[in-house]
Design a protein around this ligand. Structure first.
Ligand SMILES: [Zn+2]
Length: 268
């Protein structure tokens, strides 16, 4: 699942290369991810000028001059790709051609992504986006604000951190990295964490998302379809040596969701 580090960079690349350009052509090949009638989607985008691309949580928001916004939630397997970077992909859902001979396709292996086109004033009608909490990188989400929000939650810390209603933008990969950095066991209940360890969660979140965003930007460059994860320290590294203590990293998959952590460094 693309998370903050990848999406933050991808939104910047798209803004830089496509901002100010009009859409010259819209080709829908797999309408399943598009949450409005295909004809409305095509008519709504054809000829529209892209003014900005920004990220909110795990959404990419494409703002057009018609006071409309295309909101894209890539979910597990959605991604954009420059059409010049690779041949047409069988799971291409739609392609947007921009003036100046630039085009992007949206690919989704499992068709779980969701694409909306709404009036920019009605972003509150987009499910999940409308209900999500502050972005994990929002400067307004200070340690104090984070701790205040955390008081409303009691369940397993991993589940809370990936809950977009709590804080938006953290998914299954980076939550493992954040918990490793904080030295907190992923299944510990929030209600059992001391004040010091709660504050440590916030510090780890800011630190991990900061360095990971820099690394992701370096590795992705202009290849916006890439999701580099080699530099992660524990996620999906089960059996490998823990970078802190050298012991073996544990990996479990309750509910088919991989959780990787070090039992020595994250005892509780
Ligand atoms: Zn360890």
């Amino acid at each position: 699942m693309p998370e903050i580090p990848e999406l933050e960079h991808v939104s910047g690349v798209l803004r830089e290369r496509l901002g100010g350009r009009r859409i010259a052509g819209v080709e829908v090949s797999r309408p399943i991810v598009i949450r409005l009638p295909r004809e409305e989607f095509e008519a709504g985008l054809s000829g529209a000028r892209l003014e900005d691309v920004r990220r909110s949580g795990k959404f990419l928001l494409f703002e057009f001059d018609r006071a409309t916004t295309m909101a894209v939630a890539p979910m597990l397997t959605g991604r954009f790709q420059w059409t010049g970077d690779a041949k047409a992909h069988a799971r291409t859902c739609f392609t947007l051609e921009f003036e100046g001979d630039l085009a992007i396709r949206y690919i989704d292996e499992r068709f779980l992504g969701k694409v909306y086109l709404v009036s920019s004033e009605r972003l509150d009608t987009v499910p999940v986006l409308s209900e999500q909490g502050p972005d994990a990188l929002d400067p307004a989400l200070t340690e104090e604000a984070f701790l205040q929000r955390l008081r409303r939650y009691r369940g397993q810390v991993k589940n809370v951190l990936v809950n977009a209603k709590f804080v938006a933008g953290i998914g299954n990969a980076y939550v493992d990295e954040i918990l490793f950095e904080a030295g907190v066991h992923p299944f510990t209940a929030v209600k059992d964490l001391s004040a010091e360890r709660r504050a440590g969660l916030h510090r780890a979140m800011v630190s991990v998302l900061g360095w990971a965003s820099e690394r992701a930007a370096e590795e992705i460059g202009e290849r916006i379809d890439r999701k580099p994860r080699d530099f992660l320290r524990v996620h999906r590294k089960g059996g490998e040596a823990c970078p802190k203590c050298g012991g073996a990293i544990s990996e479990v998959s309750p509910n088919r969701r991989v959780t990787s952590f070090c039992r020595a460094c994250q005892p509780h």
